[in-house]
Each structure stands twice: as structure tokens, then as C-alpha cells.
Design a binder for this molecule. Structure first.
Ligand code: AMP
Length: 277
């Protein structure tokens, strides 16, 4: 396994792969790798083929953070991440220190799927995500790129940007990996103390309640009931619960086939989750 830190060196390597006709699959991450990230690596291997190249990028992208403290405190265990990548058969870890010119003035601005939910709660977040993904694609020149369903709105944004800008990369979405109690694996889970960690199961429980309500047709005041049930946990404060059509992200009534997403503060840690109802 090779580690490349220099963006120009990464691009030169990618251009060599392209000339040699290699298939390249990229798993973009911000590091602090967990079982959710790791589940995307076999998908990348499948897309690249046994002789292809699997690249995991590890970069805590500053432009997608709207809270400076969140960026500062984001975990960065690079040595452990590299070990994990090696064990999973990754070919190249791309771990740049910085990806931006000091006076960079160009961004990707998607204007449909990125407006609500995470886009509304975290102003500028998706501009940062779209921009860094296009930069990573231009540096790694991947044939395919793998993203997680855990960040559904992000995955939708990336599909859109790829389509709208004719990027020659196939987007693959892997299912959400969960802990035994249903909590979605996240790099932010390490910030939860023991009590908060137990309370964090409320997100997945709310998805279960919503699914049961849709199944039973018991939809009156569902959003209010879900918020109430989550906030029974003393450390929980709901940011949003939304039901939406999973392609366009437009709000819809809760129903079978709609998707539900939620963001909840457990203490100071903001967690998100989503699933189809
Ligand atoms: P992040 O490091 O949080 O930017 O995540 C990198 C990639 O891993 C994104 O495509 C995420 O959607 C995906 N991911 C994060 N958590 C999970 C999870 N629990 N299950 C599956 N994929 C995930």
C-alpha cells in the first residue's frame, strides 16, 4: 500500500493509471475510519476489479464545516486509519495536508437537493462537499466512487453534480452500517460518553416508530410524536425530522417509499441518520 500526500503527485499517478487503462475506485473519507467506511472498501474492490486500484482518500475538508470548533476537534487518527486500509487491501491512501489555494474563489453550488435539512442547518456545508468531491475526482480520476447511504442527502448531491457536470465517474452507494442497537456508525460517536451513547439509540428507534406508523396508517402528528419520543432522552435535542422524496429531497407526507432523515444533538454531539420508510 502506498500513501500519497502531495495532490500533484496524486494526479500524476492517476494520469499514469489512466494511460495504462487501469480501473480506479475511490472511497472519499474524512478519516477516523469505522465499520461504515470499511464496508465501502469491498464495494470499491468490486468496482475496480482484482487488478484495479482502490484509493481511500482521507482529508478533513475545512470548507464543509460551518462551526470552527467542530473542524478543530474532528478526530484525526491517521496512523490507525492507514493500518486499517492496509488490512482491507487498499492500494493507495491519498492523505493530503491541504487541497485549497489560499485565495481559491471557485466552488460547486448545487441548488435543488442541497437546500433543505443538512443544507439548511449547516449553511455552506454542501458547497464545501461538492467542491471537495470535484477536486478529489480531478486528482484521482476515478472510474467509480463509493459513498454511504448514511449521508443520503450528500450522496444525492454528488449524483447530481456528477450528472450535471458530466463527470466520468460512476457513483455507487453502500448501505448504512449500524452498531448492535441500531446507531449508525459515525466518526462522531467517539464524542459520546457512556450515557449519551445509550441515549443515541433514540435516532434508530425513531425510524422504527415511523416505519411502524406508516405500516399501521397511524400518521396523525407523526413528526411531533417522533420528536417527543426522541426528546424523552435527557441529552437529546432534535434539530430536524423530515420526510422527503428520496430523489428530489422535496418534503412529502410520511408514507411507504418516502425517506425519513433526522438530525439530533445528543449532548454537544450532532448525529444524523436516515432510512426509507
Ligand atoms: P465521512 O468520513 O463521514 O465523510 O464519511 C465518508 C464516507 O463514508 C461517506 O460516503 C459516508 O456516507 C460513508 N459513511 C459514513 N458512515 C457510514 C456508515 N455508518 N455506513 C455506511 N457508510 C458510511
Amino acid at each position: 500500500m502506498k500513501t500519497i500526500c502531495n495532490p500533484a503527485a496524486m494526479q500524476r499517478q492517476a494520469q499514469r493509471w489512466k494511460r495504462e487503462g487501469e480501473r480506479v475506485a475511490l472511497v472519499p473519507t474524512m478519516g477516523a475510519l469505522h465499520a461504515g467506511h470499511v464496508s465501502l472498501i469491498p464495494r470499491a474492490r468490486k468496482a475496480a476489479g482484482v487488478n484495479g486500484i482502490v484509493v481511500v482518500s482521507i482529508y478533513v475538508n475545512p470548507t464543509q464545516f460551518n462551526v470552527a470548533k467542530d473542524l478543530r476537534s474532528y478526530p484525526r487518527p491517521l496512523a490507525a486509519d492507514k493500518k486499517l486500509c492496509y488490512a482491507e487491501g487498499v492500494d493507495v491512501v491519498f492523505a493530503p495536508k491541504s487541497l485549497y489555494e489560499n485565495d481559491a474563489s471557485t466552488t460547486i453550488n448545487e441548488t435543488v437537493v442541497s437546500l433543505g435539512m443538512e443544507g439548511e442547518s449547516r449553511q455552506g456545508h454542501f458547497r464545501g462537499v461538492g467542491t471537495v468531491v470535484v477536486k478529489l475526482f480531478n486528482l484521482v480520476l476515478p472510474t467509480s466512487a463509493i459513498f454511504g447511504e448514511k449521508d443520503w442527502q450528500q450522496a444525492s448531491l454528488i449524483r447530481r453534480v456528477t450528472r450535471d457536470l458530466n463527470l466520468p465517474t460512476r457513483i455507487i452507494i453502500g448501505p448504512t452500517v449500524r452498531e448492535a442497537d441500531g446507531l449508525a456508525c459515525s466518526s462522531r460517536n467517539v464524542f459520546l460518553n457512556k450515557s449519551e451513547r445509550q441515549q443515541a439509540a433514540a435516532l434508530w428507534q425513531a425510524i422504527g416508530l415511523a416505519r411502524a406508523a406508516v405500516h399501521n396508517g397511524n400518521l396523525r402528528g407523526l413528526k411531533r410524536r417522533l420528536i417527543h419520543s426522541i426528546e424523552q432522552q435527557p441529552a437529546a435535542k432534535v434539530d430536524y425530522v423530515e420526510f422527503f422524496d428520496e430523489k428530489m429531497m422535496r418534503p412529502v407526507k410520511p408514507m411507504k417509499g418516502a425517506r425519513m432523515a433526522l438530525a439530533v444533538f445528543i449532548g454537544k454531539t450532532r448525529l444524523i441518520d436516515n432510512a426509507r420508510l
